[in-house]
Design a protein around this ligand. Structure first.
Ligand SMILES: [Zn+2]
Ligand SMILES: [Zn+2]
Length: 565
């Protein structure tokens, strides 16, 4: 008995010593040597409205405890829900956004009214819709190791991207194999003792910096962090996760204490939720912010400015090329932390220990940003990551060459009859086509559709035309369209085996559309696989549940559909 007790005591001691040796370093408490004028907040939070654990009220309570000034809740959705108006809860400004699933990854929309139709399908189209609706769009977890969560639409004109997503961090560790999994398991053991430090120790630099650089060279793109806080994790599930299998860590509060964005508003917050939300969102749009991993050291103070002959600007801003540029960095970084100045993905200067220094950079364009990391064991952890200052040539970048002029066109519609046209629909939806007249007296194809009500199944109504021998002699499809209510219509090319798609936004007034065949993407199988144009049997104008709710009734008028080259 005594022996058993002794053995148990030894075991417990060994376990405790092991645990102690594995504890991540304690968060460093910093004195703020100066104020950088920023407010702390967290973006990308899930509530119980989608797959998060708690209500927005409870989340705000946790945010208040973590010292945040604002949170942006982004439950999964299709953009058709009217967002809650901004509100202060326990001193925390709560802004309501949404996270939209696209075929090419997840896209967060903030500062956007309800969409008249569900947003989904290709990311390029969702990005376009969010922009048209006036929203601010953030690419979520672009570097997720889960293929369906990683971003694939790098040419889409998104506004911002997450360079840090806390949810992606544990997924990346799992994807690393046994070493990463073992590290993650150790962190699960240390979490109860040092939750914030345990999560912070999982943070790695983004693997999407190359793609970010490709975009930032051409245009403004905001670097931001997303907590992707659910306050639960489920080992096997993805995003959205199944709450039934989930364990309730990491908590909202610990995630909020681990990492934040520090936003510099153009003026002090007023206490009025609507006004302050506008101020915060304006600063987000401008990229007037940096990302901090507070779990390493907090509270941070950081400033990056650039000066040349034209003046001085701050992070997120642009400076025209005009002689050498002087970058100035000010921070309250601990002594054993170093600052690196990057131009895109190239380090311009590294290993700076000074808390206040300037760097002289040669004249010419550059995308300059700063990063601060601890030295030693934690050198992988980016403590501070700033938005860049863009130094641009004052002449605009060469724009894409205009499309080649149309040299040949064949009409798909004779302006009088629907003989070549056919309606297709699923068993329960209804559709019809007839001939209308445009204001100029031309014949117009009028498609009437009614998607069946009930849950989303495969409701669709399509208006199709035979191509008679493929479309290989042409390179594009053009038509003019308007709709009863603003909508997104899918235009498809069909071969014997497969369909290719490009969706277009159709407004309530006539607009002409041209879709080049190389813009179509395959719906089944590899999206990038090109169709054999000689095999295209039919062209279809489709309304389906990707961008229409079950039960939607409507009309679309299509004028002068043509194959062109
Ligand atoms: Zn997501
Ligand atoms: Zn999310």
């Amino acid at each position: 008995m005594k022996r058993l007790f002794l053995a148990a005591a030894v075991l417990v001691t060994v376990a405790a010593v092991f645990l102690w040796s594995q504890l991540p370093p304690k968060q460093q408490a910093l004195s703020s040597t100066f104020s950088d004028g920023t407010v702390a907040g967290v973006v990308h939070v899930h509530s119980s409205r989608s797959d998060g654990r708690d209500t927005p009220e409870h989340i705000a309570h946790d945010a208040a405890r973590a010292g945040l000034k604002f949170i942006i809740i982004t439950d999964h959705g299709d953009g058709t829900r009217t967002p809650d108006p901004p509100v202060y809860r326990e001193g925390v400004l709560c802004i309501d956004g949404t996270e939209i699933s696209t075929r090419d990854g997840h896209y967060i929309a903030v500062d956007m009214p309800a969409s008249p139709y569900p947003l989904g399908g290709d990311a390029r189209d969702v990005v376009e819709d969010v922009k048209r609706l006036g929203g601010f769009g953030i690419v979520a977890h672009p570097d997720s190791p889960k293929p369906e969560l990683a971003w694939k639409a790098w040419n889409a004109p998104f506004d911002a991207m997450e360079i840090l997503n806390l949810d992606t961090m544990w997924r990346r560790r799992v994807a690393e194999g046994w070493r990463g999994k073992a590290f993650l398991q150790t962190r699960l053991l240390t979490y109860p003792f040092r939750p914030v430090e345990s999560i912070a120790s999982l943070v790695l630099p983004s693997t999407a910096m190359g793609q970010w650089d490709g975009v930032a060279r051409r245009r403004h793109v905001v670097m931001i962090a997303g907590a992707d806080a659910h306050a639960q994790i489920a080992w096997r599930a993805s995003d959205p996760i199944s709450a039934a299998l989930a364990i309730p860590i990491p908590s909202y509060e610990s995630l909020f204490r681990t990492s934040s964005i520090r936003v510099r508003p153009e003026r002090a917050l007023t206490g009025d939720a609507k006004t302050d939300a506008a101020i915060v969102v304006r600063a987000l749009r401008a990229g007037h912010l940096y990302v901090a991993v507070d779990g390493v050291a907090t509270p941070p103070a950081f400033e990056l400015t650039a000066t040349n002959g034209l003046g001085t600007v701050r992070m997120g801003d642009q400076l025209d090329v005009d002689g050498p540029v002087t970058l100035r960095v000010r921070s309250n970084a601990p002594d054993n932390f170093t600052t690196t100045i990057w131009n895109g993905t190239t380090a311009v200067i590294a290993g700076k220990h000074e808390k206040d220094f300037t760097v002289m950079l040669p004249s010419g364009p550059g995308v300059y940003w700063a990063e601060v990391r601890p030295e030693g064991k934690r050198a992988d952890t980016p403590w501070i990551t700033t938005n860049p200052i863009y130094v641009r040539a004052s002449e605009p970048l060469p724009s894409a060459p205009p499309p080649s002029p149309v040299t040949e066109a064949v009409p798909l519609f004779d302006g009088r009859t629907t003989t070549n046209w056919q309606i297709f629909h699923d068993a329960t939806s209804v559709g019809a086509v007839d001939i209308g007249t445009s204001d100029s007296g031309d014949g117009v194809l009028r498609l009437r559709f009614g998607l069946a009500t009930g849950p989303v199944a495969s409701q669709f109504v399509a208006l199709g035309v035979e191509t008679r021998g493929g479309v290989a002699a042409y390179d594009r499809l053009s038509f003019t369209a308007r709709a009863q209510q603003a909508m997104r219509m899918s235009v498809q090319m069909q071969t014997g085996q497969s369909r290719w798609e490009r969706s277009v936004y159709v407004d309530v007034f006539n607009q002409s559309h041209t879709i080049f065949f190389d813009e179509f993407r395959q719906l089944e199988g590899n999206p990038a696989a090109a169709p054999n144009l000689a095999d295209v049997q039919r062209i279809l104008f489709v309304v389906d549940t990707t961008n229409a709710k079950p039960g939607t009734l409507g009309r679309v008028w299509i004028t002068a559909p043509q194959l062109q080259k």
